[in-house]
Write a protein that binds this ligand. Structure first.
Ligand code: GLA
Length: 406
Protein backbone atom coordinates (compact mmCIF):
# COMPACT_ATOMS: atom_id res chain seq x y z
CA UNK A 1 0.00 0.00 0.00
CA UNK A 2 1.21 3.51 -0.75
CA UNK A 3 1.94 5.63 2.31
CA UNK A 4 0.23 8.97 2.98
CA UNK A 5 2.70 11.70 3.96
CA UNK A 6 1.86 12.76 7.53
CA UNK A 7 1.73 16.39 8.69
CA UNK A 8 3.58 17.48 11.83
CA UNK A 9 1.51 18.41 14.87
CA UNK A 10 2.28 21.66 16.70
CA UNK A 11 4.67 20.07 19.20
CA UNK A 12 6.73 18.32 16.53
CA UNK A 13 6.84 21.46 14.38
CA UNK A 14 8.01 23.61 17.30
CA UNK A 15 10.62 21.07 18.44
CA UNK A 16 12.15 20.76 15.00
CA UNK A 17 12.45 24.48 14.28
CA UNK A 18 13.64 25.34 17.79
CA UNK A 19 16.26 22.54 17.79
CA UNK A 20 17.65 23.73 14.45
CA UNK A 21 17.70 27.31 15.72
CA UNK A 22 19.54 26.55 18.96
CA UNK A 23 22.00 24.22 17.22
CA UNK A 24 22.85 26.98 14.70
CA UNK A 25 22.65 30.23 16.66
CA UNK A 26 23.45 31.04 20.28
CA UNK A 27 20.42 31.08 22.58
CA UNK A 28 16.67 30.75 22.03
CA UNK A 29 14.39 32.18 19.30
CA UNK A 30 11.83 34.88 20.16
CA UNK A 31 9.13 32.45 19.04
CA UNK A 32 8.04 29.83 16.50
CA UNK A 33 5.51 30.45 13.69
CA UNK A 34 4.07 28.28 10.93
CA UNK A 35 2.16 28.69 7.66
CA UNK A 36 0.43 26.02 5.55
CA UNK A 37 0.79 24.84 1.99
CA UNK A 38 -2.45 24.76 -0.03
CA UNK A 39 -4.41 22.93 -2.66
CA UNK A 40 -6.82 24.78 -4.88
CA UNK A 41 -10.16 22.97 -5.26
CA UNK A 42 -11.05 24.76 -8.50
CA UNK A 43 -10.27 28.08 -10.23
CA UNK A 44 -6.82 27.63 -11.77
CA UNK A 45 -4.89 30.39 -13.55
CA UNK A 46 -7.71 32.76 -12.72
CA UNK A 47 -6.04 34.79 -9.94
CA UNK A 48 -3.90 37.00 -12.19
CA UNK A 49 -6.98 37.53 -14.37
CA UNK A 50 -8.98 39.14 -11.56
CA UNK A 51 -10.99 35.91 -11.25
CA UNK A 52 -12.18 33.52 -8.57
CA UNK A 53 -10.37 30.62 -6.93
CA UNK A 54 -11.15 28.28 -4.05
CA UNK A 55 -8.09 27.05 -2.10
CA UNK A 56 -7.91 25.21 1.21
CA UNK A 57 -4.96 25.31 3.65
CA UNK A 58 -3.16 21.98 4.10
CA UNK A 59 -2.27 20.48 7.48
CA UNK A 60 1.29 20.39 6.09
CA UNK A 61 3.19 23.50 7.14
CA UNK A 62 6.46 25.37 7.00
CA UNK A 63 7.74 26.37 10.41
CA UNK A 64 10.20 29.12 11.34
CA UNK A 65 11.99 29.86 14.63
CA UNK A 66 13.00 33.50 14.51
CA UNK A 67 14.78 36.07 16.67
CA UNK A 68 14.91 39.77 15.86
CA UNK A 69 18.23 41.59 15.42
CA UNK A 70 18.90 45.32 15.40
CA UNK A 71 21.90 45.45 13.04
CA UNK A 72 20.18 44.81 9.68
CA UNK A 73 21.82 41.40 9.29
CA UNK A 74 19.83 38.30 8.31
CA UNK A 75 21.21 34.85 9.10
CA UNK A 76 19.28 31.86 7.72
CA UNK A 77 19.44 28.11 8.08
CA UNK A 78 17.11 25.46 6.65
CA UNK A 79 16.71 21.79 7.52
CA UNK A 80 16.24 21.17 3.78
CA UNK A 81 19.47 22.85 2.58
CA UNK A 82 23.11 22.75 3.65
CA UNK A 83 24.90 25.66 5.20
CA UNK A 84 24.28 28.95 6.95
CA UNK A 85 23.45 31.95 4.74
CA UNK A 86 24.09 35.51 5.82
CA UNK A 87 23.18 38.79 4.14
CA UNK A 88 22.39 42.43 4.89
CA UNK A 89 18.83 43.61 4.34
CA UNK A 90 20.13 46.88 2.95
CA UNK A 91 21.92 44.95 0.17
CA UNK A 92 18.82 43.07 -1.06
CA UNK A 93 17.88 44.00 -4.61
CA UNK A 94 15.08 43.00 -7.00
CA UNK A 95 15.31 39.86 -9.15
CA UNK A 96 17.33 40.42 -12.28
CA UNK A 97 19.67 43.00 -10.70
CA UNK A 98 23.23 42.32 -9.47
CA UNK A 99 21.92 42.47 -5.87
CA UNK A 100 19.30 39.76 -6.48
CA UNK A 101 19.21 37.05 -3.79
CA UNK A 102 19.84 33.51 -5.03
CA UNK A 103 17.75 30.50 -3.99
CA UNK A 104 15.36 29.97 -1.09
CA UNK A 105 16.59 32.93 1.05
CA UNK A 106 14.92 35.24 -1.52
CA UNK A 107 11.52 34.15 -0.18
CA UNK A 108 12.57 35.06 3.37
CA UNK A 109 14.44 38.34 2.94
CA UNK A 110 12.00 39.30 0.16
CA UNK A 111 9.23 39.47 2.76
CA UNK A 112 11.28 41.73 5.06
CA UNK A 113 12.19 43.86 2.01
CA UNK A 114 8.52 44.16 0.93
CA UNK A 115 7.21 44.88 4.45
CA UNK A 116 9.74 47.68 4.71
CA UNK A 117 8.80 49.15 1.33
CA UNK A 118 5.11 49.01 2.17
CA UNK A 119 5.92 51.00 5.30
CA UNK A 120 4.59 48.18 7.48
CA UNK A 121 7.81 47.28 9.33
CA UNK A 122 11.34 48.57 9.55
CA UNK A 123 14.05 46.14 8.61
CA UNK A 124 16.08 45.44 11.71
CA UNK A 125 17.30 42.01 10.61
CA UNK A 126 16.82 38.59 12.21
CA UNK A 127 18.12 35.06 12.70
CA UNK A 128 15.81 32.37 11.34
CA UNK A 129 15.72 28.56 11.23
CA UNK A 130 13.32 26.95 8.73
CA UNK A 131 11.88 23.44 8.53
CA UNK A 132 8.93 22.13 6.51
CA UNK A 133 6.73 19.13 5.82
CA UNK A 134 5.21 20.77 2.73
CA UNK A 135 6.67 18.79 -0.17
CA UNK A 136 9.03 21.07 -2.07
CA UNK A 137 8.39 21.81 -5.74
CA UNK A 138 5.13 19.84 -5.67
CA UNK A 139 2.81 22.67 -6.63
CA UNK A 140 1.56 22.84 -3.03
CA UNK A 141 2.89 26.36 -2.40
CA UNK A 142 5.92 25.58 -0.29
CA UNK A 143 7.28 29.02 -1.24
CA UNK A 144 4.15 30.88 -0.11
CA UNK A 145 4.17 28.85 3.12
CA UNK A 146 7.73 30.05 3.77
CA UNK A 147 6.91 33.68 2.92
CA UNK A 148 3.80 33.72 5.08
CA UNK A 149 5.46 32.03 8.09
CA UNK A 150 8.15 34.73 7.94
CA UNK A 151 5.51 37.45 7.51
CA UNK A 152 3.58 36.50 10.66
CA UNK A 153 6.86 36.11 12.58
CA UNK A 154 8.12 39.57 11.59
CA UNK A 155 4.69 41.09 12.27
CA UNK A 156 4.69 39.52 15.71
CA UNK A 157 8.24 40.38 16.84
CA UNK A 158 7.62 43.99 15.73
CA UNK A 159 4.27 43.95 17.63
CA UNK A 160 2.64 45.38 14.49
CA UNK A 161 -0.52 43.31 15.02
CA UNK A 162 -1.37 42.87 11.34
CA UNK A 163 -2.02 39.14 11.70
CA UNK A 164 -4.71 39.87 14.31
CA UNK A 165 -7.48 40.40 11.74
CA UNK A 166 -8.30 39.56 8.13
CA UNK A 167 -7.68 43.08 6.84
CA UNK A 168 -4.16 43.01 8.30
CA UNK A 169 -3.61 39.52 6.92
CA UNK A 170 -4.59 40.75 3.46
CA UNK A 171 -1.86 43.40 3.76
CA UNK A 172 0.69 40.78 4.84
CA UNK A 173 -0.38 38.64 1.87
CA UNK A 174 0.15 41.58 -0.50
CA UNK A 175 3.68 42.05 0.86
CA UNK A 176 4.39 38.34 0.36
CA UNK A 177 3.19 38.56 -3.26
CA UNK A 178 5.52 41.50 -3.76
CA UNK A 179 8.38 39.47 -2.31
CA UNK A 180 7.67 36.62 -4.71
CA UNK A 181 7.15 38.83 -7.79
CA UNK A 182 9.91 41.37 -7.23
CA UNK A 183 12.60 39.67 -5.14
CA UNK A 184 12.20 35.98 -6.04
CA UNK A 185 11.22 36.92 -9.60
CA UNK A 186 8.21 34.56 -10.01
CA UNK A 187 5.25 36.39 -11.61
CA UNK A 188 2.58 34.54 -9.60
CA UNK A 189 -0.89 35.85 -8.94
CA UNK A 190 -1.57 35.88 -5.18
CA UNK A 191 -3.85 32.92 -4.52
CA UNK A 192 -1.19 31.00 -2.59
CA UNK A 193 -0.34 33.78 -0.14
CA UNK A 194 -4.05 34.51 0.47
CA UNK A 195 -4.59 30.80 1.17
CA UNK A 196 -1.70 30.59 3.64
CA UNK A 197 -2.83 33.68 5.55
CA UNK A 198 -6.62 33.85 5.16
CA UNK A 199 -7.97 30.26 5.05
CA UNK A 200 -9.84 28.76 8.01
CA UNK A 201 -10.10 25.18 9.36
CA UNK A 202 -13.00 23.25 7.85
CA UNK A 203 -13.54 25.91 5.16
CA UNK A 204 -12.57 26.59 1.58
CA UNK A 205 -11.59 30.18 0.82
CA UNK A 206 -13.54 31.80 -2.01
CA UNK A 207 -11.11 34.48 -3.10
CA UNK A 208 -12.23 37.19 -5.50
CA UNK A 209 -9.00 38.43 -7.04
CA UNK A 210 -10.71 41.50 -8.52
CA UNK A 211 -10.69 43.20 -5.13
CA UNK A 212 -9.24 40.66 -2.68
CA UNK A 213 -12.64 40.00 -1.07
CA UNK A 214 -13.06 36.59 0.56
CA UNK A 215 -15.85 34.34 1.76
CA UNK A 216 -15.48 31.17 3.82
CA UNK A 217 -17.30 28.21 2.27
CA UNK A 218 -17.87 25.22 4.59
CA UNK A 219 -16.00 22.21 3.21
CA UNK A 220 -16.38 19.26 5.54
CA UNK A 221 -15.75 16.18 3.41
CA UNK A 222 -15.56 13.82 6.40
CA UNK A 223 -19.20 14.60 7.26
CA UNK A 224 -20.29 13.20 3.89
CA UNK A 225 -17.91 10.23 3.83
CA UNK A 226 -15.41 11.72 1.38
CA UNK A 227 -11.69 12.55 1.35
CA UNK A 228 -9.42 14.62 -0.83
CA UNK A 229 -6.32 12.74 -1.96
CA UNK A 230 -3.35 14.78 -3.16
CA UNK A 231 -1.04 13.11 -5.66
CA UNK A 232 2.41 14.69 -5.89
CA UNK A 233 3.57 13.51 -9.31
CA UNK A 234 7.21 14.46 -8.56
CA UNK A 235 7.36 15.73 -12.13
CA UNK A 236 9.51 18.82 -12.32
CA UNK A 237 7.55 21.97 -11.64
CA UNK A 238 9.11 25.38 -11.98
CA UNK A 239 7.09 28.59 -11.83
CA UNK A 240 9.97 30.96 -12.45
CA UNK A 241 10.50 29.54 -15.93
CA UNK A 242 8.92 31.05 -19.00
CA UNK A 243 5.72 29.00 -19.35
CA UNK A 244 3.77 30.50 -16.46
CA UNK A 245 4.83 34.00 -17.45
CA UNK A 246 3.86 33.30 -21.07
CA UNK A 247 0.32 32.29 -20.04
CA UNK A 248 -0.01 35.42 -17.96
CA UNK A 249 1.25 37.66 -20.76
CA UNK A 250 -1.12 36.05 -23.27
CA UNK A 251 -4.10 36.74 -20.96
CA UNK A 252 -3.06 40.34 -20.37
CA UNK A 253 -2.59 40.86 -24.08
CA UNK A 254 -6.03 39.36 -24.79
CA UNK A 255 -7.62 41.68 -22.21
CA UNK A 256 -6.00 44.67 -23.93
CA UNK A 257 -7.25 43.58 -27.33
CA UNK A 258 -10.75 43.11 -25.92
CA UNK A 259 -10.66 46.52 -24.25
CA UNK A 260 -11.14 45.22 -20.71
CA UNK A 261 -8.97 45.62 -17.62
CA UNK A 262 -8.81 41.87 -16.96
CA UNK A 263 -10.43 38.75 -18.44
CA UNK A 264 -12.78 38.73 -15.43
CA UNK A 265 -14.70 41.47 -17.19
CA UNK A 266 -15.48 39.33 -20.23
CA UNK A 267 -19.23 38.82 -20.03
CA UNK A 268 -19.92 37.44 -23.52
CA UNK A 269 -17.44 34.64 -24.23
CA UNK A 270 -18.58 34.02 -27.82
CA UNK A 271 -18.21 37.68 -28.71
CA UNK A 272 -14.77 37.80 -27.09
CA UNK A 273 -13.63 34.71 -28.98
CA UNK A 274 -14.92 36.15 -32.25
CA UNK A 275 -12.93 39.32 -31.62
CA UNK A 276 -9.59 37.51 -31.23
CA UNK A 277 -7.76 36.23 -34.29
CA UNK A 278 -5.13 34.00 -32.70
CA UNK A 279 -6.40 30.44 -32.12
CA UNK A 280 -4.05 29.76 -29.22
CA UNK A 281 -5.05 32.98 -27.48
CA UNK A 282 -8.73 32.12 -27.97
CA UNK A 283 -8.16 28.82 -26.14
CA UNK A 284 -6.41 30.62 -23.26
CA UNK A 285 -9.32 33.05 -22.91
CA UNK A 286 -11.88 30.25 -23.11
CA UNK A 287 -10.15 28.44 -20.25
CA UNK A 288 -10.06 31.50 -18.00
CA UNK A 289 -13.66 32.56 -18.61
CA UNK A 290 -15.13 29.06 -18.28
CA UNK A 291 -12.96 28.29 -15.23
CA UNK A 292 -14.27 31.35 -13.38
CA UNK A 293 -17.81 30.16 -14.16
CA UNK A 294 -16.93 26.69 -12.84
CA UNK A 295 -15.82 28.20 -9.50
CA UNK A 296 -19.18 29.95 -9.21
CA UNK A 297 -21.05 26.72 -10.00
CA UNK A 298 -18.88 24.67 -7.65
CA UNK A 299 -19.50 27.05 -4.75
CA UNK A 300 -23.22 27.14 -5.51
CA UNK A 301 -23.21 23.32 -5.48
CA UNK A 302 -21.41 23.19 -2.12
CA UNK A 303 -23.87 25.67 -0.68
CA UNK A 304 -26.99 23.99 -1.96
CA UNK A 305 -26.75 20.92 0.27
CA UNK A 306 -24.70 17.91 1.33
CA UNK A 307 -22.22 16.62 -1.23
CA UNK A 308 -24.01 13.35 -1.98
CA UNK A 309 -25.84 11.90 -4.98
CA UNK A 310 -26.56 14.45 -7.70
CA UNK A 311 -24.72 17.26 -5.92
CA UNK A 312 -21.60 15.11 -5.60
CA UNK A 313 -21.85 14.18 -9.29
CA UNK A 314 -22.25 17.84 -10.23
CA UNK A 315 -19.23 18.94 -8.16
CA UNK A 316 -17.10 16.08 -9.48
CA UNK A 317 -18.06 16.90 -13.09
CA UNK A 318 -16.85 20.48 -12.57
CA UNK A 319 -13.55 19.19 -11.18
CA UNK A 320 -13.13 16.91 -14.21
CA UNK A 321 -14.06 19.71 -16.62
CA UNK A 322 -11.46 21.97 -15.02
CA UNK A 323 -8.77 19.41 -15.74
CA UNK A 324 -9.83 19.00 -19.35
CA UNK A 325 -9.80 22.76 -19.86
CA UNK A 326 -6.34 23.12 -18.25
CA UNK A 327 -5.02 20.27 -20.37
CA UNK A 328 -6.52 21.16 -23.75
CA UNK A 329 -7.19 24.90 -23.72
CA UNK A 330 -4.62 26.27 -21.29
CA UNK A 331 -2.02 23.54 -22.01
CA UNK A 332 -0.45 23.52 -18.55
CA UNK A 333 -0.90 19.82 -17.72
CA UNK A 334 1.83 17.19 -18.04
CA UNK A 335 1.76 13.47 -18.91
CA UNK A 336 2.23 12.59 -15.23
CA UNK A 337 -0.74 14.77 -14.22
CA UNK A 338 -2.96 13.27 -16.90
CA UNK A 339 -2.01 9.72 -15.90
CA UNK A 340 -2.60 10.53 -12.20
CA UNK A 341 -6.06 11.93 -12.96
CA UNK A 342 -7.05 9.04 -15.26
CA UNK A 343 -5.76 6.35 -12.88
CA UNK A 344 -7.48 7.94 -9.88
CA UNK A 345 -10.81 8.10 -11.73
CA UNK A 346 -10.44 4.50 -12.92
CA UNK A 347 -9.80 3.45 -9.30
CA UNK A 348 -13.07 5.04 -8.13
CA UNK A 349 -12.35 8.75 -7.61
CA UNK A 350 -15.52 10.80 -8.17
CA UNK A 351 -13.53 13.59 -9.83
CA UNK A 352 -9.87 14.52 -10.26
CA UNK A 353 -7.82 17.40 -11.63
CA UNK A 354 -4.40 18.97 -11.60
CA UNK A 355 -4.05 21.69 -8.95
CA UNK A 356 -1.76 24.72 -8.84
CA UNK A 357 0.29 26.12 -11.69
CA UNK A 358 0.79 22.84 -13.56
CA UNK A 359 3.68 21.65 -15.79
CA UNK A 360 4.14 18.93 -13.16
CA UNK A 361 3.31 19.31 -9.49
CA UNK A 362 0.20 17.80 -7.94
CA UNK A 363 -3.29 16.52 -8.73
CA UNK A 364 -6.26 16.15 -6.39
CA UNK A 365 -8.85 13.38 -6.36
CA UNK A 366 -12.19 13.39 -4.57
CA UNK A 367 -12.55 9.86 -3.16
CA UNK A 368 -14.75 7.92 -0.75
CA UNK A 369 -13.41 7.95 2.81
CA UNK A 370 -11.10 5.01 3.43
CA UNK A 371 -10.33 4.41 -0.24
CA UNK A 372 -7.40 6.86 -0.51
CA UNK A 373 -4.72 4.15 0.01
CA UNK A 374 -6.23 1.97 -2.72
CA UNK A 375 -6.57 4.88 -5.16
CA UNK A 376 -2.99 5.89 -4.35
CA UNK A 377 -1.84 2.35 -5.03
CA UNK A 378 -3.57 2.37 -8.43
CA UNK A 379 -1.83 5.66 -9.33
CA UNK A 380 1.51 4.30 -8.13
CA UNK A 381 1.07 1.21 -10.33
CA UNK A 382 0.12 3.34 -13.36
CA UNK A 383 3.25 5.45 -12.84
CA UNK A 384 5.46 2.36 -12.48
CA UNK A 385 4.03 0.94 -15.71
CA UNK A 386 5.06 4.08 -17.60
CA UNK A 387 8.46 4.39 -15.97
CA UNK A 388 7.57 7.66 -14.21
CA UNK A 389 9.20 8.61 -10.90
CA UNK A 390 7.26 7.17 -7.96
CA UNK A 391 4.59 9.66 -6.83
CA UNK A 392 3.90 10.72 -3.23
CA UNK A 393 0.52 11.11 -1.53
CA UNK A 394 -1.13 13.03 1.26
CA UNK A 395 -4.64 13.86 2.44
CA UNK A 396 -5.88 17.44 2.23
CA UNK A 397 -8.00 18.42 5.22
CA UNK A 398 -8.91 22.15 5.35
CA UNK A 399 -6.60 23.44 8.07
CA UNK A 400 -5.54 26.58 9.93
CA UNK A 401 -3.80 29.62 8.42
CA UNK A 402 -0.41 31.04 9.40
CA UNK A 403 -0.03 31.58 13.15
CA UNK A 404 2.32 31.61 16.12
CA UNK A 405 2.92 28.18 17.63
CA UNK A 406 5.21 29.01 20.55
C1 GLA B 1 0.59 29.08 -8.98
C2 GLA B 1 0.61 30.57 -8.67
C3 GLA B 1 -0.77 31.09 -8.33
C4 GLA B 1 -1.80 30.68 -9.38
C5 GLA B 1 -1.68 29.18 -9.70
C6 GLA B 1 -2.57 28.77 -10.82
O1 GLA B 1 0.25 28.37 -7.83
O2 GLA B 1 1.46 30.82 -7.58
O3 GLA B 1 -0.73 32.49 -8.19
O4 GLA B 1 -1.70 31.45 -10.53
O5 GLA B 1 -0.33 28.83 -10.01
O6 GLA B 1 -3.90 28.87 -10.46
Amino acid sequence: MSELLPAWDDAAAVDRARALFTATFDGEPDGVWAAPGRVNLIGEHTDYNGGLCLPIALPHRTVVALRARTDGLVRLVSAQEDGLRELRLADVGPAGTPDAVEGWPAYVVGVAWALEREGLLDGGGFDVAVDSCVPYGAGLSSSAALECAVAVALDDVAAAGLAADDAGRARLAAACVRAENEVAGAPTGGMDQAAALRCAPGQALLLDCRDGATEQVPFDLAAVGLELLVIDTRAEHQLADGQYAARRTSCEDAARRLGVGTLREVTDLDAALAALDDAEQRRRVRHVVTEIARVEEFVATLRSGELRGDLLRAAAALVDASHTSLRDDYEVSAPELDVAVEAARAAGAHGARMTGGGFGGSAIALVDAGTAPAVAEAVRAAFAERGFTEPAFLLAVPSAPASRLA
